[in-house]
Design a protein around this ligand. Structure first.
Ligand SMILES: NC(=O)C1=CN([C@@H]2O[C@H](COP(=O)(O)OP(=O)(O)OC[C@H]3O[C@@H](n4cnc5c(N)ncnc54)[C@H](O)[C@@H]3O)[C@@H](O)[C@H]2O)C=CC1
Ligand SMILES: O=C(O)[C@H]1O[C@H](OP(=O)(O)OP(=O)(O)OC[C@H]2O[C@@H](n3ccc(=O)[nH]c3=O)[C@H](O)[C@@H]2O)[C@H](O)[C@@H](O)[C@@H]1O
Length: 444
């Protein structure tokens, strides 16, 4: 099959590589000429485990190519996928300018039947807007051409994106007529062999499913962060509570890890966008607003603990482990580390930071500044620092040599933003260990 994908970001590239892997011919089109040049030279523009090799195989097999030439791309694929960003606007609504721009671009070159598939996360009603944008341009061209618009939201997680795409839990297809529905079934056939994962529904329900799923996951996290805050105040250990709760299969162990707040390009923006959508209908999304408010506060948790411990952060240096919004990615969008660093800097403190892959991204965001030192190893971050803060639970941080760490730090103080470390071990080594909702087992 011939497939065109607009947008060479996390979703676009993973989708392209996985469709090419199973024998399709895929063209990726992006407006970012530098990104396209990087891809054409065989490099992946960001870190995503397993993606590099898959892109290379696709290119070498002659089934995957990259271009900025939209006319060529629209000619290529019966399937035209939209996988561009939908960032939050000022009021929390999803900014649809990139999606609608792609719709107009497709329409400008449309000269045969195409199914336009929206993979970006968008508010309910976007497919109608895409249809209007396409029709408008076709009318301007004086062309009458058949096409369909379907919704096909994506559920992959960064850091595990290739595996998620190859083995999806479900393939949501929002289509209002049979023709595009059948085309979508054929497209996903290679990913649908073991059992039928295609859930066919109307377009609006498909669009809402994506927001609802992300909002539910964000709700679980904020709920647990709230439980953690209660645990701290009543002298309980949230890690024991988490295990006790998760063993109930109705609750489950997934996504109930308390921490220093959820980040990333999706949960924060999607919770806000769904709340905005609700408000537009006159409905007050009280739960969603609270999910967002709890997360907002939780991202300030470590900073509050630091202030409480040191009194003032002026002149203090904090060693920071983990900058990416979660392990196995270099994505810094809405990363809790950013809020923490910015708060430390605002207080006159400095940061020595290390992340296994997100150093370059961090450099791009903050450039050279005297209160940020990016170092080459976890240990180097601790040299001469007043305390250590663990923000992202990368594997190499899981079992550190605490005796060495203690010898490098000025004070044995650890702010554990992911409840990664054993309070007893740290207590025995003389550490002051601040964790999330574990007051009962943490030496304070
Ligand atoms: N990042 C993730 O893990 C997931 C993201 N999503 C959703 O998928 C969408 C895309 O997200 P990401 O891949 O993270 O975005 P991204 O920001 O990594 O990439 C978007 C790409 O689209 C390109 N672009 C913008 N306008 C264009 C145009 N007119 N024509 C061609 N390319 C254009 C940009 O240059 C950029 O390379 C968003 O709606 C997001 O919410 C859904 C599931 C997972
Ligand atoms: O729409 C999207 O973009 C994607 O958003 C999330 O994926 P992602 O943002 O890549 O990462 P997650 O693994 O969901 O983590 C998000 C944030 O929640 C935090 N988190 C996660 C789980 C948990 O128990 N506790 C917790 O604090 C992580 O540290 C991270 O900051 C969803 O998991 C994907 O299904 C969805 O496709």
């Amino acid at each position: 099959m011939n497939i065109t994908i607009f947008g060479s970001g996390y979703v676009g590239l993973v989708t392209a590589a996985c469709f090419a892997e199973v024998g399709n011919h895929v063209v990726c089109v992006d407006v970012d000429a530098r990104k396209v040049a990087t891809l054409q030279s065989g490099k992946c523009p960001f870190y995503e485990p397993g993606l590099d090799g898959l892109l290379t195989s696709g290119i070498e097999a002659g089934r995957l190519r990259f271009t900025t030439d939209a006319a060529d791309a629209v000619r290529h694929g019966t399937y035209q996928l939209i996988a561009v960003g939908t960032p939050p606007g000022e009021d929390g609504s999803a900014d649809l300018q990139y999606v609608l721009q792609v719709a107009r671009t497709i329409a400008a070159h449309l000269d045969d039947y195409r199914v336009i598939i929206n993979k970006s996360t968008v508010p309910v009603g976007t497919a109608d807007k895409v249809r209007s944008a396409v029709s408008e341009v076709l009318a301007q061209r004086g062309v009458s051409q058949d096409y369909d618009v379907v919704s096909n939201p994506e559920f992959l997680k960064e850091g595990a994106a290739v595996g998620d795409f190859r083995k999806p839990d479900r393939i949501i297809v929002g289509a209002d007529t049979d023709r595009p529905a059948e085309l979508m079934r054929s497209l996903y056939e290679p990913f649908n062999r073991n059992h039928d994962r295609v859930l066919l529904m109307d377009v609006r329900s498909a669009e809402l499913t994506k927001y609802a799923a992300n909002a539910m996951l964000a709700t679980k996290i904020s709920f647990m962060n709230e439980v953690a805050n209660i645990a701290e105040r009543v002298g309980a250990d949230v890690e024991l509570v988490r295990r006790g709760m998760g063993s109930d299969p109705r609750i489950g162990f997934h996504f109930i890890y308390p921490g220093c707040g959820y980040g990333g390009s999706c949960f924060p923006k999607d919770v806000k966008a769904l709340a905005h959508l609700a408000r537009e209908t006159g409905f007050a999304p009280r739960l969603l607003d609270s999910v967002e408010a709890v997360n907002h506060d939780q991202k300030r948790f470590l900073h509050a603990k630091m202030r409480a411990h040191f009194g003032s952060l002026a002149g203090r240096t904090i060693a920071l482990w983990g900058l990416a919004f979660k392990p196995n990615t270099d994505d810094m969008r809405e990363a809790p580390s950013r809020e923490l660093m910015e708060a430390i800097w605002a207080d006159g403190g400095a940061v020595r930071a290390y992340d296994p892959v997100a150093m370059e991204e961090t450099r791009k965001i903050y450039g050279d500044r005297p209160d940020l030192t990016l170092v080459e190893s976890a240990e180097e971050a601790c040299e001469g620092a007043d305390a250590l803060a663990l923000v992202t639970e990368w594997k190499p941080f899981q079992s550190p040599n605490f005796e060495l760490i203690a010898s490098l730090l000025k004070e044995k103080v650890l702010f554990d933003g992911r409840n990664l470390y054993n309070p007893e071990t740290l207590r025995d080594l003389g550490f002051r260990h601040y964790a999330i909702g574990r007051a009962a087992r943490v030496a304070v």
